[in-house]
Design a protein around this ligand. Structure first.
Ligand code: HEC
Length: 146
């Protein structure tokens, strides 16, 4: 970032822009990153739960469902690197076709949920929420809860 601020213009900027894309995440980074994505999902799901139980007004219904849909896509990508560890069971990669299918299903359903939030609002989201948030279905098989 310092480099980016120092040389606004010319080749230095180009280098600064290219560098992050070639960054190599080590194994710990890969695990920390996917856990951060999961924690974001947890916070967004909890927020949606607060709307569902009418603890807070539904003003941000669309924002939360969109955040979940976006993070579902990020979660799928974050498991593409085969890095065992964290709370992920080795089965994530041993049965990767099934794991990926579960991720795809999660991505597809949360995408529909976000669209429903825009068109149908709270009632439709409440109806689809349990089916779309397949968190437990995946965790039961692929996560070692510490
Ligand atoms: C297709 C599988 C899958 C789905 C769907 C999924 N998760 Fe996860 N989740 C995992 C795996 C695997 C881990 C363990 C990751 C690790 O520790 O490396 C995990 C870890 C977590 C963690 C722990 C993160 C930490 O700090 O260690 C939380 C919280 C979490 N998930 C929340 C959610 C929520 C909320 C949803 C649904 C909205 C969800 N997950 C959907 C597979 C999934």
């Amino acid at each position: 970032m310092t480099r980016f601020v120092k040389f606004i213009g010319g080749f230095a900027v180009a280098a600064a822009l290219v560098l992050p894309m070639t960054a190599q995440a080590d194994d710990k980074d890969v695990i920390d990153y996917r856990e951060n994505v999961m924690k974001t999902l947890e916070a967004q799901t909890a927020s949606l739960g607060m709307i569902a139980s009418t603890q807070v007004p539904p003003d941000n219904l669309v924002q939360h469902t969109e955040a979940i849909a976006l993070m579902a896509k990020a979660a799928k990508k974050s498991f593409e690197a085969k890095v065992l560890g964290g709370e992920a069971k080795p089965e994530v990669w041993a049965n990767n076709a099934d794991f990926t299918k579960k991720m795809d299903d999660f991505v597809a359903k949360t995408d529909i949920l976000a669209k429903s939030a825009k068109t149908g609002g709270v009632p439709v989201v409440m109806e689809q929420m349990v089916d779309a948030l397949t968190c437990k279905g995946c965790h039961d098989v692929y996560r070692n809860k510490k």
